[in-house]
Design a binder for this molecule. Structure first.
Ligand SMILES: O=c1nc[nH]c2c1ncn2[C@H]1C[C@H](O)[C@@H](COP(=O)(O)OP(=O)(O)OP(=O)(O)O)O1
Ligand SMILES: [Mg+2]
Length: 220
């Protein structure tokens, strides 16, 4: 296995692809799409299983090394030690009930409701078909809030990236503009993308992925 700085990222999500490029390309990586369309089904099960299986299947389909990523959003109020919910099923929740519905779902959970949530990203890296993918995890803690997006995006009729409008991470940009002498907390959907890419669950997982790639390269 010869390591290069080119990574084939197999995903059907353009927003993920954009963020991974924005995070990794300034660090000397080149992110490319597979030459042919790849169709990996939405799997069920524990997050680690989903992440590994997704990458295994993608590597088989492209017949080479690749990275994949699975994102989940855990609501503390709905989760137990056994299951994170919506967790890896967040895609179907957000498609069906939209960010506002996801927020409203929590109204029945406590008085006041427990709005704590964490976003998790599992990147998987496979060196090729038939190999065990490496998993790199990153998480961001925060709260679910009523949807808020950048004004210019709302005015432009821009479709939000998944649940970005309702996730307010605990890590906040110290440079964010003041409003009435205060610095209001921002959701991922309001943040400047450069800052989201510094503190996000995805950014944290990619820091681990870089270290893993370096380790594999050195072990060659
Ligand atoms: O930073 C994020 N901010 C807001 N929303 C996000 C983020 N990252 C993923 N998401 C959404 C996309 C999808 O609705 C679900 C994850 O599902 P997930 O299966 O991992 O993504 P996907 O099917 O869109 O693309 P892929 O082909 O890589 O599986 O959460
Ligand atoms: Mg998916």
């Amino acid at each position: 296995m010869v390591f290069t700085n080119q990574l084939v990222f197999v995903t059907g999500n353009e927003n993920k692809y954009r963020e991974v490029k924005q995070i990794l390309e300034p660090l000397g990586f080149t992110i490319v799409k597979p030459e042919h369309d790849v169709d990996v089904p939405e799997l069920q099960g524990p997050s680690e299983f989903i992440a590994k299986e997704k990458c295994r299947r993608a590597a088989e389909q492209i017949n080479g090394p690749c990275i994949t990523e699975d994102t989940s959003l855990k609501f503390d109020a709905l989760s137990t030690e056994k299951y994170d919910l919506p967790g890896p099923y967040i895609k179907y929740f957000v498609e069906n009930i939209k960010p506002q519905g996801l927020h409203d779902l929590l109204k029945g959970y406590g008085d006041p409701p427990n709005m704590k949530a964490s976003a998790m990203c599992l990147f998987a890296y496979s060196t090729g078909p038939g190999t065990e993918p490496h998993i790199c995890r990153g998480a961001a803690e925060g709260h679910i809030v009523p949807p808020r997006m950048r004004k210019e995006d709302v005015e432009a009729g821009k479709k939000p990236f998944g649940w970005d409008p309702i996730f307010q991470p605990n890590d906040q940009d110290p440079e964010r503009p003041e409003e009435g002498g205060e610095k209001p907390f921002q959701t991922y959907g309001e943040m400047n993308t450069v800052f989201k890419n510094k503190i996000s669950h995805r950014a944290k997982a990619l820091t681990i992925l870089r270290a893993k790639l370096e380790e594999l390269r050195n072990a060659q």
